[in-house]
Design a binder for this molecule. Structure first.
Ligand SMILES: [Zn+2]
Length: 64
């Protein structure tokens, strides 16, 4: 069974771009796209997401 739900459950604890654990609240970044709030470990990762948001939001296909 795909861990699709688990991915979203966990997604608040890892960077949505590089999947690094978000263990430093001081550098944590968020962005909202298509009604989904994503979290990032750094402004760089946030920029990466904002460049190609569909790449990261389209996780349904990539994760199977
Ligand atoms: Zn990151």
């Amino acid at each position: 069974m795909p861990s699709f739900e688990k991915y979203f459950e966990d997604s608040s604890d890892v960077c949505d771009v590089c999947l690094a654990p978000l263990d430093d609240p001081e550098t944590l970044q968020t962005a909202e796209a298509m009604g989904v709030v994503l979290t990032f470990c750094s402004p760089q990762c946030r920029d990466e997401f904002l460049k190609e948001p569909e790449k990261y939001l389209d996780s349904e296909e990539e994760l199977e």
